[in-house]
Design a protein around this ligand. Structure first.
Ligand code: IFM
Length: 454
């Protein structure tokens, strides 16, 4: 299966998951420093203090990307490196780091795709209310401008936010991500302020970026399917789809929140935090939609697991474990979910071009005696999902690129280092990088611009 000429191949990472060096060059604390240092929040007490030490090893890592033949690299900037307290003038030493990284990528012919927010909010902003506060959105736009001014001449692809669903609902409702709040009403405010930050950030970026730069947002869209054949299951699908997908897609591309989601959450909030002009700001046109996809979501009627959940107002809905093979995260492997997502965006939200900005899988990889890592399940996962991408393009979906998650094994949030998503294995005590078989396979995919299906 050959991909179109110009299809963008890449690998993705995020600052807190790989950088380490939390105190270097004037960086301030982020909510993930606080969260990971709070006992009981992250498996095995892991923190991002060292991670893959990429902040110091970035030159070697970029050289490795070049050996992999990677044409593009998606990374995120750590906000508290640029504004240690989340506001005010830029910390020049922090910007210098990303300046060097971008130059290093350019020297190796690798196109950078820069994400401004991959969840590491400066702690000082959280202390003033975090994403629950409207002011955080204004602060984000200032930060976006600082990064845009400095790197806009060399970075062609910009993403405001990564997965605002996770930031809002895992962070403020389920409490399993930083800042660890469990307040469903607050999580809806957070979702709105994240979207507002995106819209204000797009405007701020457009002011400072060259006209050729492409601006995007990345959503973790879900393929929500019924876990039973009943009207109740169908109704559950509609409710979860509303919160997972349409709560973000509709304001971004249609300029309004879905009426059914507003109704379903009215016992929690009256949505009075939405000001008159906000939706016009949020729906400011963008050039590209980033989609992260891993696994489908199956739902049915009633009762949810007890305790805080990521789904405000959905205590009467339960999540069903799909049958079939799973990754080490316990996530079902089903590439048809990706098909459903990209076709849905194409059919319902066209004409926005799409890019798969994350797709991949964690498995219990082990370093072999020969120094390699056999990961046939990851290769077959990636191949199956790429086949779906190829079929979608053939069917007319405007899908422009694919970034594997992740380049390196890294800090998998509340799972710490226990889950390995990389195509490159990291031995954390020595920081030795070893290519997994999937890395060799992906290099071949890139160099032939296609996949081989037996
Ligand atoms: O590691 C995360 C990433 O930070 C965001 N998307 C999902 C990945 C796997 O859980």
């Amino acid at each position: 299966m050959e991909f179109p000429e110009g299809f963008v191949w890449g690998a993705a990472t995020a600052a807190y998951q790989i950088e380490g060096s939390p105190g270097a060059d004037g960086r301030g604390p982020s909510i993930w420093d606080t969260f990971s240092h709070t006992p009981g929040r992250v498996a095995d007490g892991d923190t991002g203090d060292e991670a893959t030490d990429h902040y110091r090893r970035y030159r070697d890592d970029v050289a490795m990307m070049a050996s992999l033949g990677l044409p593009a690299y998606r990374f995120s900037v750590s906000w508290p490196r640029i504004q240690p307290g989340g506001k005010g003038p830029a910390n020049v030493a922090g910007l210098d780091h990303y300046d060097r990284l971008v130059d290093e990528l350019a020297a190796h012919g690798i196109t950078p795709m820069l994400t401004l927010y991959h969840w590491d909010l400066p702690q000082e902003l959280e202390d003033s209310g975090g994403w629950g506060e409207r002011d955080t959105a204004a602060r984000f736009a200032e930060y976006a401008a600082l990064v845009g001014e400095r790197l806009g001449d060399r970075v062609p692809l910009w993403t405001t936010l990564n997965e605002p669903w996770c930031a809002a609902f895992l962070g403020y409702a389920a409490g399993v991500h930083a800042p660890g709040r469990t307040d469903p009403a607050l999580s809806l405010r957070a979702a709105h302020h994240l979207l507002l930050a995106h819209g204000l950030g797009v405007d701020a970026l457009r002011e400072v970026l060259p006209a050729s730069a492409q601006v995007s947002i990345t959503l973790n869209l879900s393929a929500v399917m019924p876990g039973a054949t009943s009207p109740e299951a169908t109704a559950a699908v509609r409710r979860i789809d509303g919160l997972a997908n349409r709560l973000f897609l509709d304001p971004l591309f249609r300029g309004h929140y879905p009426a059914d989601v507003l109704r379903a959450t009215e016992a929690l909030t009256d949505w009075s935090f939405v000001s008159e002009d906000d939706l016009a700001v949020i729906s400011t046109p963008i050039d590209l939609l980033g989609i992260n996809y891993y696994t489908p979501t199956l739902v049915d009627a009633g009762p949810a697991e007890p305790g805080p959940t990521a789904w405000p107002g959905c205590s009467d809905i339960r999540f069903v474990q799909p049958p079939g093979p799973k990754t080490a995260m316990g996530w079902a492997i089903d590439a048809q979910g990706l098909r459903a997502v990209v076709h849905r965006v194409h059919e319902e939200y066209s004409p926005i071009p799409q890019m798969i900005t994350e797709n991949g899988a964690a498995f219990d990889d082990e370093l072999g005696a020969d120094g390699g890592v056999r990961d046939p399940e990851r290769i077959s996962y990636l191949r199956d999902h790429l086949a779906v991408v190829h079929e979608a393009i053939e069917a007319g979906v405007d899908l422009r690129g694919y970034f594997v998650w992740s380049l390196l094994d890294n800090f998998e949030w509340s799972y710490g280092y226990s889950k390995r998503f990389g195509i490159v294995h990291v031995d954390y005590p020595t920081q030795h990088r070893a290519w997994k078989d999937s890395a060799y396979w992906y290099r071949q995919v890139i160099s032939t611009n296609g996949i081989h299906i037996e």
